[in-house]
Design a binder for this molecule. Sequence first.
Ligand SMILES: Cc1cc2nc3c(=O)[nH]c(=O)nc-3n(C[C@H](O)[C@H](O)[C@H](O)COP(=O)(O)OP(=O)(O)OC[C@H]3O[C@@H](n4cnc5c(N)ncnc54)[C@H](O)[C@@H]3O)c2cc1C
Length: 383
Amino acid sequence: MITVEQSAPTATHADVVIIGAGIAGICLAGSLAPSASVVLLEREDAIGYHSSGRSAALYIEPYSNRPVFALTRGSLDFLLRPPEQFTEVALATPRGALTLAPPGQEDALDAFLTRWRPLCPAIEEIGLDEAASRLPILVPGYARRAVFDSEVFALDTDAMMQGWLRQLRRHSGEVVTSADVTAMAYRSGTWTVTTTAGAFQAPVVVNAAGAWAGRIGTLAGATAVPLEPRRRSAALVAAPAGCAVDEWPVVADAAHSFYFKPEAGALMLSPSDATPTEPCDARPEEMDLALAVARAEEAARLGVKRFVATWAGLRTFVPDEVPVLGFDPGARGFYWAAGQGGTGFQTAPAAARWMAAEIQGQAAPEDLAELGLTREALSPERF
Ligand SMILES: Cc1cc2nc3c(=O)[nH]c(=O)nc-3n(C[C@H](O)[C@H](O)[C@H](O)COP(=O)(O)OP(=O)(O)OC[C@H]3O[C@@H](n4cnc5c(N)ncnc54)[C@H](O)[C@@H]3O)c2cc1C
């Protein structure tokens, strides 16, 4: 670790320095900006280059675990009714999700219903005729049972990021790109963050470095948080001949071995892979994409001939798959905003409120506490 003098003449001062301009760093920067001076640092020359530029852009409540559910449900009001000036476009539009259970997956479907229907009343088991009317290319005989969730939304992830960035800039916050954080030091209540674009100082530093959050934690001498980036692959394929797919739901099997969903007149397709990997600029493996096509074509007559585009991104988890939001128990003023896994966008509005309140020494947002969210469940102290 390189120690930079606190009085370094070139250092820029702020109340909060945030490392990483993906959705986690951006939503927090925008939310803090009205009441604090904020600098947002990004290693790449553009924001949202890594996971946040590669997501499926969905809002799905019956997903993951209770804390993630609370952060998701706690975000819905913002997504459906964003504050004035935040955006001129809809952030969330109804999409719906169709889950299919072929032979052998009925237990998985039952487990899904038992777990989530009490929390998400929009989930209903539907007949196979209705499933076929929602997905006209459904292969007859593929599914034994089907479930539809009308409360799944498509998110405009670019509008979300732009909305918070506008809010940041309106309040004189700063975004510094091409700023790779290379060293951090804490002295007399101030962090000095050394980057390839100069030094930045603040009493609070936020680690929103996505797949690299473990490395930033090491630079800061913080608690070892067991973060694991997992690769997820995707491809864009043309809509099946003669099909207008825009109104189709997200389609998946109950075992989560594939999903596809409409994307600007085409279909995005994924094998729902989760391959542990080192932090990197993720690229898809041909084999994963071939698996996605094979599994999806068992369920639906997609007629995939070629890929229009392919990509992969990293979803970063800790073992309990609950995001890590909270001050480090050892490194003073070092705040974790990591481990968002596969839900960084759908949880962002609530996560931003949660983190901003904690960083500013305020009580946890009441509505989120009522949904059962506790600081203990999210804190890095649990490691
Ligand atoms: C295929 C796929 C589908 C997904 N689908 C959904 C979905 O439908 N709904 C949903 O809510 N979520 C989804 N996700 C998950 C979502 O994309 C992530 O949870 C979210 O983008 C994570 O945001 P982040 O800001 O933590 O990470 P990132 O977007 O990766 O941002 C971290 C940033 O930190 C920067 N950084 C790292 N190290 C340094 C350093 N040393 N100095 C400066 N900057 C640094 C990186 O360059 C990066 O830009 C999906 C993800 C994938 C890959």
